[in-house]
Design a protein around this ligand. Structure first.
Ligand code: ZN
Length: 288
């Protein structure tokens, strides 16, 4: 694992030399990453996350796939679609820095996944921090576009929806994302017209409760949260008769539209390699 990571870092070091290739020849992974860096607005930031996770950066690309979570199913979809570069928003190897801890070094699940990636010579690039820092934030804009609601504020992101009861809104969202297990806190009859977006696993309490406490926000639409934060706050507010609610749609559903947005964005400047978005399948179920 370490070997692949170091190899990737080495190749990134050679990027300027490798980029001297003509624009008409097929792109390598490193050239593609260089193009991405040039197109992030206002500018690319080097971060710990946004790097080649595994694979050979100087390989020529046959196709590029973007995805939210990179599981075995996505790997197989990418291979079937002839995409040898996968741009994923979240980690591949089950932890934040994609560097397995000691107890995972001999893990059979991890090994089989790694073997599949190597056997098919897949290059995996993580695009996380710069997707959020881009102008606009690709994850927020992708989710807003996907919902089709009017954006009324961008810091925090607040969307206006046709006024409806919380119960109806939650049902509509469940249908929209074709998922089971949406969680809701708040009075089902509460009328909702403005929601703040808190997709993914937003790292600070302020991003969650700071948005919900605003007078112009009825509810927050959350990816995942600690139960003793958003859930209990919204429940306390409801018991105090305050009109506040929270809807939890899961990390994947809340951020996945951002990676569809990313695929569309890549196609505006990557012309000689096909780019496609791969959709994650639901990865949990609830008893009926
Ligand atoms: Zn994210």
């Amino acid at each position: 694992m370490k070997y692949f990571f170091l190899t990737a870092v080495m190749f990134v070091g050679f990027k300027t030399i490798l980029y001297a290739q003509s624009a008409s020849t097929p792109l390598t992974a490193l050239q593609t990453i260089e193009l991405i860096k040039q197109h992030v607005q206002p500018q690319w930031f080097d971060t710990r996350t946004d790097t080649i996770i595994t694979g050979n950066g100087s390989d020529t690309l046959k196709g590029i796939a973007t995805c939210m979570f990179i599981d075995m199913n996505i790997l197989q979809q990418a291979v079937a679609a002839n995409c040898n570069m996968i741009i994923t928003h979240e980690p591949t190897f089950y932890n934040a820095n994609d560097n397995p801890p000691d107890f995972m070094k001999e893990d059979k699940v991890l090994k089989e996944k790694m073997d599949y990636i190597n056997e098919h010579r897949l290059i995996i690039f993580r695009f996380h921090d710069n997707a959020h820092r881009n102008r606009p934030d690709q994850v927020m804009q992708g989710l807003a576009d996907d919902l089709g609601w009017k954006v009324v504020n961008q810091s925090p992101w607040i969307l206006e929806v046709k006024k409806q009861k919380l119960s109806a809104l939650a049902k509509n969202l469940e249908k929209h994302f074709n998922t089971e297990g949406i969680r809701v806190t708040g009075d089902p009859d509460l009328e909702i017209s403005r929601l703040a977006l808190v997709p993914g696993l937003a790292p600070t309490l302020q991003m969650h409760l700071g948005a919900l406490q605003r007078d112009d926000v009825d509810a927050i639409l959350v990816g995942e949260a600690r139960e003793w934060e958003d859930y209990i706050y919204a429940r306390d507010a409801t018991e105090q008769g305050k009109k506040k609610a929270a809807i939890f749609i899961g990390h994947m559903h809340s951020e996945e539209p951002g990676m569809k947005y990313c695929a569309d964005w890549l196609q505006t400047f990557i012309k000689n390699v096909p780019v496609r978005f791969l959709k994650d399948e639901n990865f949990w179920w609830s008893p009926k």
